[in-house]
Ligand binder design. Structure first.
Ligand code: KG4
Ligand code: ZN
Length: 365
């Protein structure tokens, strides 16, 4: 028995991770079980929605049982069931939502809907000090790239988002072009450590004026053309060059097809791509910090695991004299602890739902 603590059970199934967690007072993680499906989707080079929802059906009961067992609590102690009901893949969302409704009904407890992207912006508060607001939050994941003005955990205003690919999606697609496998983010992060980001020049898109929106499809296409050449204009085999002509060679040899790139050339290209993405994210986060008068910078979502991004964010926060709140590594990926954590604040604010609660592929707010 955990006296005087508000225990929330969270359920997450927005994409290809099925998760259940028990969190006390929006802060202390008692258990956090995630069933990843990476192996199921890897051979397709991306998440296949139908496979994801079917796999959720198979794993969700086990994930819930395990999370409850690991937390050491009994259902009678649970205050509410929080569920990420938006945004995400609709078939995947429905599995978690049905499980959450069932638990809420059987236990006779409130059902609390949580926006999954907002939950990513809450992840740094788990097993850590409360976040100081106002904050500027950058959420960058496989499905979303968004900037928010945060006045509290539950008051977020969208300032900008991607107009095409999400940052993580760009990592995944470029890793595919470079033959590095899926998921692409960790693979590019690893490869980039061996590379020089100054060898290949890639364009970054900041959009017009002081825009806080993002566009990542151009850089993805630039990498594709660098590797395969412009459509219909693939070049011949690489000519051998000395180490001093590295930069010229990198540009000249563009368009050969990835099979003839050396590991070093792939590492250089990965490093250039990663730097371009990180630079773009930092420029926009800096703008958002200025606009919001933020005391805190928050970064969340799968891409917040990126080592170059974490280093650059530290430098930006120092320059702006802001606190930086990054999630611990296990909290960067989709998980239910962040759902339960944010759900605690919604419960306190009286924001519950009835059993008509719908799953939404795009966010309602
Ligand atoms: O937040 P998340 O688990 O799922 C979504 O809500 O989309 O994010 C997954 C994304 C994938 O695109 C993956 O490639 C990316 O996060 N990612 C990374 C790294 N680790 C995961 N991107 C860059 N660098 C990493 N180290
Ligand atoms: Zn996510």
């Amino acid at each position: 028995m955990i006296a005087n603590r508000t225990l929330i059970v969270g359920i997450e199934s927005t994409c290809d991770e099925a998760g259940c967690a028990v969190v006390a007072d929006g802060r202390t993680v008692l258990s956090n079980v995630v069933a990843s499906q990476i192996d199921l989707h890897a051979r397709f080079g991306g998440v296949v929605p139908e496979i994801a929802s079917r796999a959720h059906i198979e794993s969700i009961n086990t994930v819930i049982s395990q999370a409850l067992a690991e937390s050491g609590i009994t259902p009678a102690e649970v205050a509410a069931v929080a569920v990420a009901n938006e945004p995400g893949l609709i078939g995947s969302l429905l599995v978690g939502l049905m499980a959450a409704k069932t638990l809420a009904w059987v236990w006779d407890r409130p059902l609390v809907p949580v926006n999954h992207v907002w939950a990513h912006a809450y992840a740094p508060a788990l097993d850590a000090e409360p976040i100081e607001y106002p904050a500027a939050a950058l959420v960058c994941s496989g499905g979303h790239t968004a900037l928010y003005r945060c006045l509290s955990a539950t008051e977020l205003e969208l300032l900008g988002s991607t107009i095409d690919d999400a940052a993580g999606e760009a990592f995944d697609k470029v890793a595919g072009i470079l033959g590095l496998g899926f998921p692409g983010g960790p693979a590019i992060d690893r490869a980039a450590r061996e590379g020089d980001p100054s060898i290949v020049k890639l364009p970054i898109s900041l959009l017009k004026g002081q825009s806080l929106d993002f566009s990542f499809s151009g850089i993805k296409t630039a990498v594709l053309y660098h590797v395969n050449g412009l459509p219909g204009k693939r070049k011949g085999k690489k000519s051998r060059r000395g180490p001093h002509a590295e930069r010229a060679a990198a540009q000249e040899n563009a368009g050969r097809g990835i099979e003839s790139f050396t590991a070093r050339e792939i590492a250089d290209l990965a490093a250039s791509f990663q730097k371009a993405i990180v630079d773009t994210l930092m420029i926009k986060l800096r703008r958002a910090a200025k606009v919001t008068g933020a005391r805190t910078l928050i970064i969340g979502g799968g891409v917040s695991a990126n080592s170059a991004l974490r280093a650059a964010a530290g430098e930006l926060a120092d320059k702006l004299h802001c606190r930086l709140r990054l999630p611990d590594m296990p909290m960067t990926v989709d998980n239910a602890a962040m759902t339960a954590g944010l759900g605690f604040h919604y419960l306190r604010a009286g924001r519950m739902a009835d059993y008509n609660l719908a799953a939404r592929a795009t966010a309602s707010r």
